[in-house]
Design a protein around this ligand. Structure first.
Ligand code: PMP
Length: 432
């Protein structure tokens, strides 16, 4: 099947979608703006695969951008959702399921003593930020270039993800008055962080960071960077927020905080904790969380927060990721993929390297693994785009932008990985 034939129904749908939806998509990076071409419209998914509107099958390495850690349409999760749905979709009154998932999150992440459920990662980080500001009585926040924390106004400041793709350092519509409180520093730059605290430590409400960054491709924080952040926040009375929306329950069962052995004051979660349904959360020290409404002065709410159907998917997912050997298998899969891709690129004489943390991976068209946003941006974007389209033709769906991390699920078996590496071997030769 040629690409032309394979995309015909996708083309039709994309043209139709653009009539009623800006850019034809409901979240920008889906639109293929960075790589060009027609987005694939997905009709169904199973295990490590999904199928587009032309019936073409892909090995899926975006996994709904993180949530699909169990693979698609896992029977236990689907059954839990069906059972919950049969009892009603939403009540606007509390349920026992919400207690259970809160207890599970608190048990798995000891830095979280209390947690509040929301429906998106954006809500989680936005609310954590408000709590940090409300608790400290300070306005300034620190974030790092290339980290993406959702699209709350205060955080859309040189943010990563889709915005990078469009080369837009900030979004229109964000008042200068909000942005002036957000300090954007370089990731992994301890000296800059120390300078910022030395200059205005008593004005900083919080530092928010992706402790394993997945929105500027995959970039690991150095332990020294996170430790200095922890120490400086403690010393200056600022709140340390780990945004683990992506890396939580993805890099390991205790998240990045467990991996690095560093406890944040607040954590934002999302993606995996909803298992593909809209569940996200923020939580942390009880003394801080007690400042939330209805018992404290910091307001936050949500019609569908803790939705029973979504929570059923999340809770079942949280149980299944605790099966013995789950993360060993997940990271072995990601490592195997990265090693295979690296070998295949070397054979074709292409500058390429990769990295993986748990079930997240990065692919870089550069000689060395980047440690910051600017190093990541130095990668060969044009070659990535050709690689992306070559792989898409081969039936392998990687994230449609060089600035994104990739994800494997526990259903990506040896056959799927081997098929991917064989395809990459052919594609690297073509783009070499
Ligand atoms: N934080 C991080 C680290 C993310 O990766 C994302 C989404 N990619 C968000 C926050 C925002 O989550 P959502 O898209 O659910 O609003």
């Amino acid at each position: 099947m040629t690409t032309e034939q394979a995309t015909s129904r996708n083309d039709t749908l994309f043209a139709r979608a653009q009539l009623t939806t800006p850019g034809g998509v409901n979240s920008p990076v889906r639109a293929f703006r960075s790589v060009g071409g027609t987005p694939r419209f997905i009709t169904r998914a199973l295990g490590p695969h999904f199928w587009d509107a032309d019936g073409k099958r892909y090995i899926d390495y975006i996994g709904s951008w993180g949530p699909a850690i169990l693979g698609h349409a896992r029977p236990e999760v689907v059954s839990a959702v069906q059972a919950a749905a049969a009892n009603g979709l939403s009540f606007g009154a509390p349920t026992e399921g919400e207690i259970e998932i809160a207890e599970e999150i608190c048990r798995l992440l000891p830095s979280i003593e209390q947690v509040r459920l929301v429906s998106s990662g954006t809500e989680a980080t936005m609310s954590a930020l408000r709590l940090a500001r409300g608790a400290t009585g300070r306005d300034k926040i620190v974030k790092f270039e290339g980290c993406y924390h959702g699209h709350a106004d205060s955080l859309l400041v040189k943010a990563g993800s889709g915005l990078l793709t469009f080369g837009n350092p900030t979004s229109a519509g964000v008042p200068e008055d909000f942005v002036k409180h957000t300090l954007v520093l370089d990731y992994n730059d301890v000296a800059q962080l120390e300078d910022a605290f030395a200059t205005m430590g008593d004005e900083i409400a919080c530092v928010i960071v992706e402790p394993v960054a997945g929105n500027m491709n995959l970039i690991r924080a150095t332990p020294a960077f996170l430790q200095s952040m922890r120490d400086l926040c403690t010393k200056h009375g600022a709140v340390l927020i780990f945004d683990e929306v992506m890396c939580g329950f993805r890099v390991g069962l205790q998240g990045a905080q467990g991996m690095y052995g560093i406890q944040p004051d607040l954590t934002a979660l999302g993606k995996v904790i909803g298992g593909g349904m809209p569940v996200a959360a923020f939580g942390g020290r009880a003394e801080l969380m007690q400042k939330m409404a209805p018992i404290g002065p910091v307001y936050q709410a949500g019609t569908l927060s803790g939705n029973p159907v979504a929570v059923a998917a999340g809770m079942t997912t949280l149980k299944l990721i605790q099966e013995a050997g789950f993360y060993e298998r997940l990271s072995a899969t990601a490592n195997r993929l990265v090693a295979g891709l690296t070998d295949a690129a070397r054979e074709a004489g292409i500058d390429f390297c990769g990295d993986a943390v748990g079930g997240m991976f990065g692919m870089y068209f550069s000689k060395e693994i980047p440690g910051s946003y600017s190093e990541m941006m130095a990668g060969d974007k044009e070659r990535f785009n050709r690689f992306f389209h070559g792989m898409l033709d081969e039936g392998v769906y990687f994230a449609p932008a060089m600035f994104e991390a990739g994800f494997v699920s526990i259903q990506h078996d040896d056959a799927a990985i081997d098929e991917t590496i064989e395809a990459a071997r052919r594609v690297f030769k073509r783009i070499g």
